[in-house]
Design a protein around this ligand. Structure first.
Ligand code: C5P
Length: 252
C-alpha cells in the first residue's frame, strides 16, 4: 500500500501554481461517470445516489444534451464535477477553453497529454481551482489499437512517457488505467491526482474496457480517484452497487 498514509487534504502546490485535487474521504475519491443520454436520466442517477456519491464525471454524451447546465447547477450546490472533454487543439484555442471552463466552477478537466497542449492549459488555469488532468492512453486501447493509430510505443511506455511530460508541464493529475497507477505514481510523486477509469468489481461486464482492475486493487495501486460508469449507472440498484464499491475501496 504505497500511499495509504498520503496526506489527502486539499492543497495548492505553490511552486507550480496548480491546484492539487485531493480527497479526504473515500466518498471524495469515487467519481461516477454520468454517461447517460438525457438530462432526465442524469437527474435520476444523481437523485438515486444522493448522500452516497458527491463527485460526477460529465462527458460528451451528456454535455451535448444539456449537461453543461446541470454541471453548473450541481457545482453551485457543492457537488464536484469532472468535465471529461479530453481537449486537444491549437494552444490558443485550448487556453481559451480552459479559461471558460475554470469560470464554470468545475473541479477537474481532461485534455490529451500532449506537452504543448498541457503547457498552454496550465498557464490558462493558473489562479483558478481547476485540476487539469492529462489523458495518457485511453483504457479501451491495446497495443494493436496504438499501432493502427500510428504510434510506435506500446501502451505502457506511452503512459509513462506522457505522465512524465504531464509532471513537467505542471498538470494537476493523470488519467490512466488502474493497472498502470502504481508505475505512474512512481513517476509523478505523491501530490498529483492519479484518476483511474476501467474499474470493474469482480464478476461485472468489462464492456469495451481492455485494461480493467477491481476497486480495491485500484486503491492499492495508488489511484487517488476511481471513475466508475456502467457498473453503477447500468445497475438495477445503483445505490447498493456504489455502496459496495465504496466498502471495497475502504477495505483496501
Ligand atoms: O462505463 P465505464 O466504467 O467503462 O466508464 C469509464 C468512463 O471513463 C467513461 O466515461 C470513459 O469515457 C472514461 N475514460 C476511460 N478511459 C480513459 C479516460 C476516460 O474509460 N483513459
Amino acid at each position: 500500500m504505497p500511499h495509504a498514509d498520503r496526506n489527502l487534504a486539499p492543497a495548492v502546490d505553490a511552486d507550480r501554481g496548480v491546484i492539487q485535487e485531493r480527497a479526504s474521504t473515500m466518498q471524495d475519491r469515487l467519481i461516477v461517470g454520468l454517461d447517460v443520454p438525457t438530462l432526465k436520466d442524469a437527474e435520476k442517477v444523481v437523485r438515486e445516489l444522493d448522500g452516497v456519491v458527491s463527485f460526477y464525471k460529465i462527458g460528451y454524451q451528456l454535455a451535448f444534451a444539456g449537461g453543461l447546465d446541470l454541471a453548473r447547477e450541481l457545482a453551485s450546490g457543492g457537488t464536484r464535477i469532472f468535465l471529461d472533454m479530453k481537449l486537444l487543439d491549437i494552444d490558443n484555442t485550448v487556453a481559451k477553453g480552459v479559461e471558460a471552463i475554470a469560470r464554470m466552477g468545475m473541479t477537474m478537466l481532461t485534455m490529451h497529454a500532449y506537452p504543448k497542449t498541457m503547457k498552454a492549459a496550465v498557464a490558462a488555469a493558473r489562479g483558478s481551482d481547476l485540476c487539469l488532468l492529462g489523458v495518457t492512453v485511453l483504457t479501451s486501447m491495446d497495443e494493436q489499437d496504438l499501432i493502427d493509430a500510428g504510434y510506435e510505443h506500446d501502451p505502457h511506455t506511452l503512459v509513462l512517457r506522457r505522465s512524465e511530460q504531464a509532471l513537467h508541464a505542471g498538470m494537476g493529475g493523470i488519467v490512466c488505467s488502474a493497472e498502470e497507477a502504481e508505475a505512474v505514481r512512481r513517476i509523478v510523486g505523491p501530490n498529483m491526482a492519479v484518476v483511474t477509469p476501467g474499474i470493474r468489481p469482480r464478476g461485472s461486464d468489462h464492456g469495451d474496457q481492455k485494461r480493467v482492475v477491481t476497486p480495491a486493487q485500484a486503491i492499492r495501486n495508488g489511484s487517488s480517484h476511481l471513475v466508475v460508469g456502467r457498473p453503477i449507472v447500468g445497475a438495477a440498484d445503483r445505490r447498493a452497487v456504489a455502496e459496495a464499491i465504496l466498502d471495497e475501496m475502504r477495505s483496501a
